[in-house]
Design a protein around this ligand. Structure first.
Ligand code: GLN
Length: 198
């Protein structure tokens, strides 16, 4: 089939890096900032950044409900870090007031924001990820971890005893940022999910 059209939600965060990684693995990446763009994509990446800000902007632009609806209808999605937080069904330490991360659903899981805490605000590791032959270079930046997964969720990797990569159906989420490394296997996995090959 022709290259799948994969959107990167481009409200805030590291959009350009995901566009580059998607191109590198043969997808046709586009930015998504409005309803028409959202409706046009075969799958969507929610990038890392600040989940409270992305939540606020989704709401302001009237995109939160359409995005929730597309996820509920089975649109493939991949969320990294802040994106993982937004794809959860429940968020702990979500913030307050207008600075609150609101879950979109997509994965039946409870995620804790900024879970790794001050001492290890940001760190790198080589993680073994289910289905991959070699460890993945994983960069964590004020990352969340997963505290609960539902029965339909597969845990693909753990760090500090907590799930940091998960999949439920066509939705993938990682606490870490593969887009800032030269290792594009997570993006390749997502493209394979979108095209029905994984
Ligand atoms: N701590 C950020 C948040 O809560 C996530 C950090 C990131 O995406 N690198 O959204």
């Amino acid at each position: 089939m022709s290259a799948p059209r994969i959107g990167v939600l481009a409200l805030q965060g590291d959009v350009r890096e995901h566009l580059g990684a998607l191109s590198a693995v043969g997808a046709d990446p586009v930015t998504v900032r409005n309803r028409a763009e959202l409706d046009s994509v075969d799958g969507l990446i929610l990038p890392g950044g600040e989940s409270t800000t992305i939540s606020y902007l989704l709401d302001e632009l009237g995109l939160a409900d359409p995005l929730r609806a597309r996820l509920a209808a089975g649109m493939p999605a991949y969320g990294a870090c802040a994106g993982m937080i937004l794809l959860a069904s429940e968020i702990l330490d979500a913030g307050s007031g207008t600075r609150v991360a609101v879950p979109l659903g997509g994965v039946d899981m409870t995620v804790r924001r900024n879970a790794f805490g001050r001492q290890v605000d940001s760190f790198e590791d080589y993680l073994s990820v289910a289905g991959f032959d070699d460890p993945v270079h994983a960069v964590f930046i004020r990352a969340p971890w997963v505290e609960r997964v539902g029965a339909d969720v597969t845990v693909l990797a753990r760090a500090a005893g907590h799930p940091v990569a998960v999949r439920q159906g066509a939705v993938l989420a990682t606490s870490f940022h593969p887009e800032v490394t030269a290792d594009h296997r997570i993006h390749a996995l997502f493209v394979a999910i979108v095209t029905g090959r994984a």
